[in-house]
Design a protein around this ligand. Structure first.
Ligand code: G6P
Length: 489
């Protein structure tokens, strides 16, 4: 075990999330190659120095045989990761079904799936059963590795049933739960058939965290209205047991981006991109290809802008990076074809022999290429219909110290609460408003751009991912101590 500066063993933090921060590729029967993804959570937790972190989650691959499972567990152990093995059927029912087809759309105000609601109540129920079974499998792995004094931090909508499973196993375990998506208004949430069971389970945690104050408030209202529990300024109380509920807005590791911009390979990328798009303003969208991101609406707004501003047609380009995601879920497949159709139509309509107005890519970019792209962008267009936070907006701001480009941001992204004063906020459903904002952004004076950028840059570089993680984890540690003190008195 790791030691701290005084030679003491460090306290351990078990981070439980549906997906481990690695991608695993099988090389042979007993050999795996692993790629650690340096996403938001990973860099946030690298900053939590006083704890020794272990990750527990699904490796994203089906490993039916024991030899493969053993080999993968061994390879993962070197990266401080512990796998939860889920078979194909459970992935289908729990991950594709209940998580991505029920909870995800509901939490983003897209409602429950119609077909399931009308015709296949049994399949809805079997998906929920699989969800609970999967959560119990995560709990079993946590319990096998739990040591007294560990702090357990559960993440996201995949694991709402986990806090209860963990407390059933050991009520002294310190358990936190954080939601990375919005928590919707209780009027939306209460349509969920399993609404009470999930709320009660989450309330078994000691600390429950959300990105914004609004999400926390919606959650407390759901608990008071659906369960009849009491909402207090501290959280939710039932029969003397308090669950702390609060907002902990996440951030990014902004230094990682500002440092990358100094690298020669990134500067080469920047030069290439400048040359490639010389004489044109660059607009950028970077999203997972998900219905919550409002990609069709964004592209239609861009079309409207081109329609109404003929003089801009050969002077602006929209680069849309659409990272494929959850490709087994039919809704996502439909969205892909819909977006391709719209992009094709608009490029056909406004393209010339030598240039098209929209470059749409169905893939992710490596980190350095992404930083370069952020740096050369004049206007970032982030028009999520709903979004827990949206860290792309933070990453863009972190890379704009030179250019001081404009951020057009949906008012329905959590980030609108923190970057609202610097960004142009829009209602993504209002295509005319977004089209007008594009015009305003492209014509904005350098003075105004500077002022807006200063505000956002100051926020992004001070409200970092590390501070987010530290704040949550220390609150989790302290709250439990307080609760124990109270019961002892
Ligand atoms: C959102 C969720 C995460 C999830 C990510 C990627 O950000 O809040 O929990 O990991 O999307 O989605 P995926 O389904 O590929 O894990």
């Amino acid at each position: 075990a790791e030691q701290d500066a005084t030679g003491q063993h460090k306290q351990r933090l078990l981070v439980v999330a549906n997906r481990l921060p690695v991608s695993a590729v099988r090389r042979a029967e007993d050999s795996w190659s692993l790629d650690i993804s340096a996403g938001g959570l990973v860099s946030a937790l690298l900053g939590v120095k006083e704890f020794e972190t272990r990750w527990i989650g699904w490796a994203g691959v089906n490993v039916p045989d024991e030899t493969g499972q053993r080999a993968l567990a061994k390879a993962l152990a070197e990266k401080r990761c512990i796998p939860v093995f889920l078979d194909e059927e459970i992935v289908h029912q729990y991950y594709n079904g209940y998580c991505n087809n029920v909870l995800w759309p509901l939490f983003h105000y897209l409602g429950l799936p119609q077909e399931d609601r009308l015709a296949t109540t049994r399949s809805f129920q079997s998906q929920f059963d699989a969800y609970k079974r999967a959560n119990q499998m995560f709990a079993d792995v946590v319990s096998q590795h739990y040591e007294e004094g560990d702090v357990v931090w559960c993440h996201d909508y995949h694991l709402m049933f986990l806090p209860k499973c963990l407390k059933d196993y050991n009520h002294k375990m310190k358990v936190g739960w954080f939601l990375h998506t919005p928590f919707p208004s209780s009027e939306i949430y209460r349509t969920l058939p399993s609404r009470s069971e999930l709320l009660r389970s989450v309330l078994a945690a000691d600390v429950v965290g959300f990105h914004t104050y609004d999400y926390a408030r919606h959650f407390v209202s759901a608990c008071t209205r659906i369960l009849g529990f009491e909402g207090t300024p501290e959280g939710v109380e039932d029969q003397g047991k308090l669950t702390r509920v609060a907002a902990f807005p996440i951030g990014i590791d902004s230094d990682r981006f500002t440092r990358a911009l100094e690298l020669p390979q990134v500067q080469n990328h920047v030069r290439d991109l400048r040359e490639r798009f010389a004489g044109r303003k660059v607009m950028l969208g970077v999203d997972r290809l998900d219905m919550i991101k409002g990609i069709p609406q964004k592209i239609l707004a861009f079309e409207k802008f081109l329609e109404e501003n003929p003089s801009w047609r050969d002077k602006v380009v929209l680069l849309q990076i659409a990272v494929p995601t959850r490709t087994d879920v039919p809704e996502y497949q439909k969205l892909t074809s819909q977006v391709h159709e719209i992009v094709g139509r608009i490029n056909g309509r406004f393209g010339t022999l030598t240039a098209v107005p929209i470059h749409h890519l169905d893939r992710s970019l490596d980190f350095h290429a992404l930083c370069a792209l952020y740096a050369v962008t004049d206007v970032a267009l982030i028009t999520s219909l709903r979004d827990g936070m949206n860290l792309v907006s933070y990453e863009f701001v972190a890379c704009q110290e030179q250019k001081k480009g404009v951020l057009i941001l949906s008012e329905f992204a959590g980030a609108a609460q923190s970057l609202g004063a610097g960004a142009l906020l829009v209602n993504p459903w209002n295509i005319t408003e977004v089209a007008n904002s594009i015009g305003y952004a492209l014509n904005m004076s350098p003075d105004e751009r500077e002022k807006r950028h200063r505000h956002n840059f100051a926020h992004v570089t001070t409200h970092t991912a590390q501070i987010w993680a530290e704040t949550f984890v220390s609150e989790l540690n302290d709250t439990v101590v307080e609760a124990q003190l109270r019961t002892r008195q």
